[in-house]
Ligand binder design. Structure first.
Ligand code: SDX
Length: 437
């Protein structure tokens, strides 16, 4: 079925004692639940209340569809496992941005555009030097991404489709360069410039691991695994960081500054920071015999500890990305001849125990995208502190695709949620000497 506009299918009647019944339109999209359009409620003197937006559709979108109970993830209608196994990340970027997979000619043009925007303005290299060497690379990425708006603010008309397209290309192209620079800076190595004769993933690995003393030979299995990790992280509907980008963008802010907002939100351990937190958790567990202790902690309401890499706001089944990630994990460990990887053994046993435990079963808690990704990145030699940076690199296309869609949607307006106020009622200021404790 082709894309549709939300269709009015029926009306819901809201009955509030002492108030005339309120008719609310019920809308239907291409797939997924029907939505109750509550836009008229404000004029009737009511707000809805939904902390965390558990039951709130903040926008209409054509980009990504998730069926949480069934564990389905589609990018523009294509299943994530098919894209991971039959396409590559740049084809997926084209798909997310333009709505269809590219033909050979379209792909070659798109790839040329991206490859010829991988360099960053040389002055930005000095910005890195303003950070302490031991800064968390996500702190650096927040700062540098925001700084890009200083370099492109003037020649960027967000209402000009060509400017928007150029911005998308620039961001997709430059994020790997900036991510690798954040890593190189943290280990005191010189920055490695991009090479246009390498693939997108190969170029990233090259910028991460080459040095002036010796080049880096890209291993095709590792290159493919890296590309799949980028695909699996490319977009995910209205998650916290994408919603942050949309809300920032709704004011007309510079898209580079909006991406910085997305990076900041992604950093949290409840979101993109979970891949780093998950590997540290697996290392802390250390051995299979300590798993019961951590399972008990995860179930203890008085203990803030949660199993990182487990659970999801939307998926109430196995995260389809985790399925592909687990397969890729075994491919990488086999290619690198890593036999008994202690962390993988702990992860495998932890998953098995958790999935048979009543607490996790009744709450539909399954491994998510972050559960296996850290093991792959660790095996490739990428430090734990860089895991969320790689998530941000890959998710940039999703962020900018949603930012672009919002600019193109006529219904878009500045996001301005309301609240239920529970503070002090009106009171008068007293002179200091008359105030009591
Ligand atoms: C990402 O939104 C997206 O799409 C995000 C993402 C993307 O691609 O953009 O998919 C990427 O962020 C994946 C999630 C990564 N986060 C983690 O792995 C951190 C660990 N997971 C949890 O913090 C939690 O599961 C969340 C944050 C992911 C979801 O939180 P919700 O939807 O608010 O669920 P909840 O906190 O209400 O949990 C429901 C119940 C609670 O128990 P009860 O109060 O019902 O007794 O499940 C429990 C929670 O305590 N629970 C967990 C748990 N996750 C939820 N208990 C132990 N370990 C966990 N991991």
């Amino acid at each position: 079925m082709q894309e549709v506009n939300p269709e009015l299918v029926k009306y819901a009647t809201l009955t509030i004692p002492g108030h005339d019944p309120i008719q609310l339109p019920v809308l239907k999209g291409t797939m997924g639940p029907e939505v109750i359009d509550i836009r008229a409620l404000g004029k009737q003197g009511y707000f809805t209340y939904d902390p965390g937006f558990v039951s709130t559709a903040a926008c209409s979108s054509r980009i990504t569809f998730i069926d949480g109970p069934k564990g389905v993830l589609l990018y523009r209608g294509y299943p994530i496992d098919q894209l991971a196994n039959k396409a590559n990340y740049l084809q997926t970027c084209y798909l997310l941005l333009k709505g269809d997979l590219p033909t050979k000619e379209q792909y070659e043009h798109f790839e040329y555009e991206v490859k010829h925007h991988t360099l960053i303005h040389e002055q930005i290299t000095s910005l890195f030097k303003a950070f302490r060497r031991d800064s968390h690379p996500m702190a650096i990425m927040c700062g540098i991404a925001g700084a890009l708006s200083a370099f492109y603010h003037d020649n960027l008309d967000i209402y000009d489709p060509e400017h928007r397209e150029k911005t998308a290309i620039r961001l997709i192209a430059k994020m790997p360069t900036l991510a690798a620079m954040a890593y190189k800076y943290s280990i005191g190595h010189p920055f490695v410039y991009p090479k246009n004769d390498l693939s997108y993933a190969g170029n990233f690995l090259h910028m991460m691991f080459a040095t002036p003393c010796e080049d880096y030979k890209v291993n095709p299995v590792i290159e493919r695994a890296m590309d799949k990790i980028f695909i699996l992280h490319a977009d995910h509907e209205q998650n916290a960081s994408t919603s942050s980008v949309r809300l920032a963008g709704s004011s007309g802010a510079n898209p580079y500054a909006c991406i910085a907002a997305g990076i900041a939100s992604l950093w949290g351990p409840a979101h993109g920071g979970a891949n780093e937190a998950c590997l540290r958790m697996l290392e802390q567990i250390g051995s299979i015999d300590r798993i019961p202790e951590f399972i008990a902690r995860a179930k203890d309401k008085n203990d803030p500890f949660r199993l990182s890499g487990f659970g999801h706001r939307v998926y109430k089944a196995y995260d389809p990305r985790a399925v592909v990630m687990r397969e890729t994990c075994h491919e990488v460990l086999n290619e690198l001849h890593i036999k008994d990887h202690p962390i993988l053994d702990v992860a495998t046993e932890l998953e098995k125990i958790a999935l048979s435990d009543e607490y996790f079963i009744e709450r539909n808690l399954y491994p998510n995208v972050d559960f296996y990704s850290g093991i792959i990145l660790n095996a490739i030699g990428i430090p734990t502190s860089m895991f969320t940076v790689i998530f941000a690199l890959a998710r940039t296309v999703g962020w900018i695709a949603h930012w672009t869609e919002m600019q193109e949607m006529p219904e878009s307006r500045i996001g301005r949620p309301r609240q239920i106020y529970v503070g002090k009622t009106l009171r008068q200021v007293k002179a200091m000497q008359r105030r009591k404790k």
